[in-house]
Design a protein around this ligand. Structure first.
Ligand code: SAM
Length: 472
């Protein structure tokens, strides 16, 4: 029985409700009147239900599809402006006791090089990331209570926040580790993490169990209810995601929106972010073995429809996607991207040789952070290294209300410009710096409050003169 308020996975993600929604969308995919009605509701920028959103995803009317794309682009601009938040993943350990069929870290893979960073190695990796200009990390690790217990993860977080190297600093550490207990989530919160990210992989219980035949991750309910436990442990920024390519995309699209609705109804705060990873080739993983791959066009439509359905959420695309694909989805709703990423343990200090590869998957976008920053600015985006909301305690519903208040132009925009200025002063190539300084000058006009604008100008001058870390 479907119940958005239920604490039970199989009730807030109801299989029957998903199947009925898919049938409803199939029946109505050319129903112009209904699609117009849904678009009218979407234009109020308050989001859509999973059932309304799947009708838009399935919509087969070309003119309406163009309207969907245009609306997604407009909503993205209204909520997030032209800022794109930058981050990088940091792989701590690829020891894992799970049997995930799509991930080369699976326990039966005896061929992959297993590695776990020591605290000294973490310092080196983080200094390499700081020297690129990163301020925000997503920690990644396999699940292994012996090699990577929670104490190890906590120690790594502590080490990372403590590293001060030249003008560098990691100011926000997000964490993507296996589902765990309320008590462990509380410890992560106390360690000062930003977002807790956990991908559902697929919301279809049967496929989920087949894809995770062994290990603790096999437990569908424990995994699906993890965000509720994280919030109970005090973490109020959580990040959802499914791995597109594993299961039918329409099913998982509906499932992820039901999960977002559950968090909003049951916990009072929807997902801080939604990620849209797609399955990639990796060590002993051939993505062609899975028959649910999606085209770039379907991928773009998924991004647009999530943006319309959950207007307030941050949306993340990683370097799993190519430059061309990233360019397309940036317009349609993406607000955060990674740059210069390495998916191997220790890969920032030393890129790994082919025969000793610990990478989780092949990256498509292999450009440096400087190249990505320059590319974004040339398209008119403002790359942002901002971490202010989290550091000012604007998390959970406090972040959401800022977003919904429209004051973001006088808060997030100045913060984005100031952190970009830091990047340009400390890490950019001369060409990128030239483009960036001109962009900042132009983007100051977006700040509407004259007092804030004057202050930003002062802060920018101070940054040029060597001071760091200003924020609103
Ligand atoms: N071990 C944790 C867990 O099970 O949630 C951390 C996750 S893992 C380091 C990060 C994510 O990478 C996974 O949740 C999965 O969605 C994704 N992933 C695994 N194999 C992949 C592949 N071959 N291609 C693309 N993404 C993959």
């Amino acid at each position: 029985m479907y119940n958005v308020m239920s604490p039970k996975a199989e009730e807030f993600i109801s299989h029957e409700e998903i199947l009925e929604s898919l049938a409803y969308a199939e029946k109505n995919k050319s129903n112009r009147e209904l699609i117009d009605e849904i678009l009218k509701k979407a234009k109020q920028r308050k989001g859509l239900s999973h059932r309304e959103a799947i009708v838009l995803l399935d919509c087969g009317l070309e003119d309406k599809n163009q309207e969907i794309y245009a609306l997604a682009e407009q909503i993205k601009k209204d909520f997030y402006g032209n800022r794109i938040v930058m981050f990088a993943p940091l792989y701590l350990s690829n020891y894992c006791i799970n049997g995930c069929e799509y991930c080369p870290y699976h326990a039966k893979n005896k061929h992959i090089a297993r590695k776990k960073l020591t605290q000294e190695e973490i310092v080196k990796e983080v200094m390499a990331l700081q020297d690129m200009g990163h301020k925000r990390l997503a920690l990644e690790a396999g699940e292994d209570p012996v090699h990577n217990p929670i104490e190890y993860i906590l120690e790594c977080i502590h080490t990372i926040y403590g590293i001060k190297h030249k003008n560098g600093a990691i100011r926000r550490v997000n964490v993507n580790i296996a589902a765990t207990t309320v008590e462990n989530y509380r410890k992560l919160k106390e360690a000062g993490i930003g977002t807790y990210i956990l991908f559902q992989e697929t919301y279809n219980k049967e496929s989920y169990e087949t894809l995770h035949p062994t290990g603790p991750k096999h437990d569908y309910a424990y995994h699906t209810e993890a965000m509720d436990r994280a919030m109970e442990g005090g973490i109020d920024d959580v990040g959802l995601g499914v791995l597109f390519g594993l299961n039918n995309y329409r099913y998982d699209f509906t499932g992820i929106l039901m999960h977002a609705e559950h968090l909003e109804a049951y916990k009072g705060v929807g997902p801080h972010t939604i990620s849209v990873p797609r399955l990639r080739r990796a060590d002993d993983i051939d993505p062609d073995v899975f028959d649910n791959g999606i085209t770039d066009e379907t991928f773009a439509k998924i991004v647009a429809c999530i943006r319309i359905a959950v207007p307030y959420t941050g949306m993340i695309v990683s370097t799993r996607e190519s430059q061309a694909c990233r360019e397309k989805v940036l317009h349609l709703g993406i607000s955060q991207i990674s740059g210069g990423s390495r998916t191997s343990v220790g890969g920032y200090v030393e890129p790994e040789p082919e025969e000793d590869n610990s990478a989780q998957f092949d990256v498509s976008d292999t450009r440096t952070l400087d190249e990505v920053v320059k590319w974004l600015m040339e398209m008119g985006y403002v790359p942002s290294f901002c971490t202010a909301c989290y550091r000012e305690g604007r998390t959970g519903d406090r972040f959401m209300s800022l977003l919904k208040s429209g004051q973001i132009v006088n808060c997030c925009h100045p913060n984005a410009l100031m952190t970009l200025k830091e990047y340009l002063e400390d890490y950019a190539s001369p060409e990128t710096k030239g483009i960036g300084d001109a962009l900042i000058e132009k983007e100051l006009d977006v700040v509407t409050n004259p007092k804030v604008k004057e202050k930003v100008k002062d802060y920018l001058a101070n940054i040029h003169n060597g001071q760091r870390d200003f924020r609103f």
